[in-house]
Ligand binder design. Structure first.
Ligand SMILES: O=P(O)(O)OC[C@H]1O[C@H](OP(=O)(O)OP(=O)(O)O)[C@H](O)[C@@H]1O
Ligand code: HPA
Ligand SMILES: [Mg+2]
Length: 179
C-alpha cells in the first residue's frame, strides 16, 4: 500500500472478481447483439480494459472525455466535453463504461446527450456507485460495488490526476488531499 493511503477499500482480487461477474452479466444480457463500448475518459480506462476482455459479445470501442472534478474532491457541476465520439451511434447498442457514479451529474448529462443521437439503446455499467451523494436521479444498469461517502482513488480514479495506476482502490490520508 502507498504511504499516502489511509486504508484499502477494495483489493485487486476483489476488483478482478467483480469485473469477471460484470462481464458475464453483460455478455448474457446482450447475447450475440453487437455492443459499442463507450469508455468515459480518463477514469474508466483501467476498468474498461479489464471489462471488455470479459465480454463475449461482438464489440467495438469508442471514447468520450468529460471532466467536472479537476483538482477537487467536489464536482464543479459543469460537465465539459473535452473529446467527442469518433463515429455515429445511430442504431447502435451503446454501453457506457464508467468508473464511478457519484453526484450523477456526469452521466445525467451524457445519457441525455447520447439519446439525442438516435442509438438503439443506451445502458450504463459502473464499477463504483456512491448513492449517498446523488444530486440527480440516475442509476446504472450493471453495478459493481456500492461504496460509502468517501473520496477514493486507484484503478483509474484520480485525485488531481494522480493514483490512477494503483491496482486497488483506497482512501487517502486527509493530508494528501490538502497538498
Ligand atoms: O457522478 P459524478 O459526480 O459526475 O462523478 C463521476 C465522474 O467523475 C469522475 O470524472 P472526472 O471529472 O474526475 O474526470 P476524469 O475521469 O478524467 O478523472 C469519474 O471518472 C466520473 O466520470
Ligand atoms: O471518489 C471519487 N474519486 C475520484 N474521482 C471521483 N469522481 C467522482 N467521485 C470520485
Ligand atoms: Mg477525476
Amino acid at each position: 500500500m502507498i504511504a499516502e493511503a489511509e486504508r484499502i477499500l477494495l483489493s485487486e482480487e476483489e476488483i478482478q472478481a467483480k469485473v469477471k461477474e460484470l462481464g458475464a452479466e453483460i455478455s448474457s444480457y446482450y447475447g450475440d447483439k453487437p455492443i459499442l463500448a463507450l469508455g468515459i475518459l480518463k477514469g474508466a480506462i483501467v476498468f474498461m480494459s479489464d471489462l471488455i476482455r470479459q465480454i463475449t459479445c461482438p464489440l467495438e470501442i469508442d471514447f468520450m472525455a468529460v471532466s467536472s472534478y479537476g483538482s477537487s474532491t467536489e464536482s464543479s457541476g459543469v460537465v465539459r466535453i473535452l473529446k467527442d465520439l469518433d463515429c455515429s451511434i445511430e442504431g447502435k447498442n451503446v454501453l457506457i463504461i464508467e468508473d464511478i457514479i457519484d453526484s450523477g451529474l456526469t452521466l445525467n448529462y451524457l445519457v441525455e446527450n447520447l439519446k439525442s443521437r438516435g442509438p438503439a439503446s443506451v445502458k450504463i455499467v459502473t464499477l463504483l456507485n456512491k448513492p449517498s451523494r446523488r444530486k440527480v436521479n440516475i442509476q446504472a444498469d450493471f453495478n459493481g460495488f456500492t461504496i460509502p461517502d468517501e473520496f477514493v482513488v486507484g484503478y483509474g480514479l484520480d485525485f488531481a490526476e494522480r493514483y490512477r495506476n494503483l491496482p486497488y482502490i483506497c482512501v487517502l490520508k486527509p493530508e494528501a488531499y490538502q497538498k
